[in-house]
Write a protein that binds this ligand. Structure first.
Ligand code: F6P
Length: 327
């Protein structure tokens, strides 16, 4: 394969919350870069690793056997130092010191902001979206979302078994920061009675009414999915429902970090592999300051400027679907 631009050394890092599928993305970046005769370096520990010069040369064998592993072999983190001007200057200094011509950043919203900051200072950067929250503008799906949804679905199925046996209402809290994507999708695939998300206001009275209605209709359980960013907080809702005497007794399950772990699904492995390949192709073609995005069935390049200046929110048509299907 031929190089269009004269880049010789490419580095890759993972940053922010880990997401299942980061490993297959690293593997794809490393092996595609090697196929283009580039030297590849892994940066250990995200932006902190960049600042402290934690670069390791990677060969094809170094990324063998990681396809099926959750987490990230390069380690990750949220770097406070990198948010400062000094941190970014040091990061660029280290990149130059190691002779790196281009950097691939695999991560979520905050990590892509970091990538944009480097691009603005003239460094060659390509982003790959990876975050279970699916709150990144410019891509239908980020790496890790599908695996997290499967984990949530599994948990909801199990919780429904015990909820039905005891005739209880379960409040199940999902991650997602300020985006209700995971909660809405979990509501549809988990058959929830109600979904609470940051994008839609609801009152405690409305939720209580909906649970009581489910009881009166003869349901043996009620499943309420609460996004962590919803205005009504899970524990407040649990207290309110118990005091309101809605028929069912209430139990709370906060799914937490279990949503971030586990073997990436087939979908995430494929998405990560395609994005990794496309990111390196962008680099050898000299397309920088962009993120690889999945739009329709295509891998496209979206300017990082657009990615960081827009907000991806839950799809309200899907939210309406959760209401309609909860009968
Ligand atoms: O962005 C991914 C995410 O898992 C969010 O859903 C959640 O709010 C946050 O990270 C948790 O962060 P931490 O792992 O630092 O507790």
């Amino acid at each position: 394969m031929t190089k269009v631009l004269d880049i010789e050394r490419l580095a890759v890092l993972t940053s922010g919350g880990d997401a299942p599928g980061m490993n297959p993305a690293i593997r794809a970046v490393v092996r595609t870069a090697l196929a283009h005769d580039l030297e590849v370096f892994g940066v250990e520990g995200g932006y902190d690793g960049l600042i402290h010069g934690a670069f390791d040369r990677l060969e094809a064998r170094d990324v063998g056997g990681i396809m099926q592993r959750g987490g990230t072999m390069l380690l990750t983190g949220r770097s406070k130092e990198f948010r400062t001007e000094r941190g970014q200057r040091e990061a660029i200094h280290q990149l130059n010191k190691h002779g790196i011509d281009a950097l691939v950043v695999i991560g979520g919203d905050g990590s892509l902001r970091g990538a944009h900051a480097l691009a603005q200072q003239g460094f060659n950067v390509v982003g790959i979206p990876a975050s279970i929250d699916n709150d990144i503008w410019g891509t239908n799906m980020a790496i890790g979302v599908d695996t997290a949804l499967n984990t949530i679905m599994d948990a909801v199925d199990k919780l429904r078994d015990t909820a039905s046996s005891h005739q209880r209402a379960f409040l199940i809290e999902t991650m997602g920061r300020e985006c209700g994507y995971l909660a809405v999708m979990a509501g549809i695939i988990g058959g929830a009675e109600m979904v609470l998300i940051p994008e839609v206001d609801a009152t405690l009275e409305e939720v209580a009414q909906s649970v009581e209605d489910a009881y009166k209709r003869g349901k043996t359980h009620a499943i309420i999915i609460v996004a962590e960013g919803a205005k009504i907080k899970t524990q407040d809702l649990a207290r309110y429902l118990d005091e309101a005497d809605v028929g069912f007794k209430t139990r709370v399950t906060i799914l937490g970090h279990i949503q971030r772990g586990g073997r990436p699904t087939a979908f995430d492995r494929l998405l990560a592999s395609r994005m990794g390949v496309r990111a390196v192709e962008a680099a050898v073609n000299g397309d920088f300051g962009v993120m690889v995005g999945l739009q329709g069935r295509e891998m496209v390049l979206v300017p990082l400027e657009d990615v960081i200046s827009r907000q991806r929110t839950a799809n309200l048509e899907y939210y309406a679907m959760t209401r309609m299907l909860a009968r």
